[in-house]
Design a protein around this ligand. Sequence first.
Ligand SMILES: Nc1ncnc2c1ncn2[C@@H]1O[C@H](COP(=O)(O)OP(=O)(O)OP(=O)(O)O)[C@@H](O)[C@H]1O
Ligand SMILES: [Mg+2]
Length: 248
Amino acid sequence: MGYIIAVCGKGGTGKTTISSLIVNWLIKNKKARVLAVDADPNSNLAINLGFKPKASIGGMLDEVSKNPSVIPQGMSKPEYIEYRIQTEMVEADSFDILVMGRPEGPGCYCYVNNLLRDIVKKLVKSYDYIVVDNEAGLEHLSRRTMRQADTVLIVSDDTSVGLRSARRIFDLIKELDIKANKSFLVLNRSNISADNKEIKESGIEYLDSLPSDQEVLELSIKGRPLSELSSGSTALKSIERICRKLWP
Ligand SMILES: Nc1ncnc2c1ncn2[C@@H]1O[C@H](COP(=O)(O)OP(=O)(O)OP(=O)(O)O)[C@@H](O)[C@H]1O
Ligand SMILES: [Mg+2]
């Protein structure tokens, strides 16, 4: 069973950036099988990782619902969907990426959600590390993809509003009964130090922070992958430190 790290937080805090940097670090340093899960329907994890976004699982589910005759005789719908995910959605290179997307068509979401959850549950067994970039907020983390994580990183900015929202997510993890072994606060574009009063009051164990990094922003503006960051990048240095703390 792979090590699941879920990255969540308020909108625009840097979840996708941090997820991508962690994926890149794992590939470089662990030489392990890594699965990047883009669980945000407005996904851009693929771009940050240098992939052309392919069809999402949501889109494929729509296609199968619209045209059930594509399911070969003797195969059940879940079997077929699993087969499609394994052959198309996951690109094997130095790592694999799963773009969840969101089905557009009518139909029972519970069915789709349960199906996705089961498939992801099976899939995670084939990887050493699974990095999940989540949609802003957390509700879907329980509903859609997985109910457990070895580590949850809650990303926030320095503001008290941001930290309060991080706290709500932290509480939600407990309420939703997500089996999170460990939850940490990670501050992004941050200028404050660890002994800050607001951090302490957030009640979430503080892991580390990343500074604002012009290089990250420039690549984002150009739509370039984060693997192009120079070795002098301050965000990259922070990620190095964060990953060494997570996997000493
Ligand atoms: N440390 C940083 N320094 C500079 N720019 C950053 C940093 N972190 C993130 N950004 C930029 O901020 C923007 C939002 O970051 P990102 O997409 O990672 O946030 P997100 O939490 O995934 O957003 P969403 O909630 O929309 O999914 C991007 O343009 C990104 O390049
Ligand atoms: Mg994002």
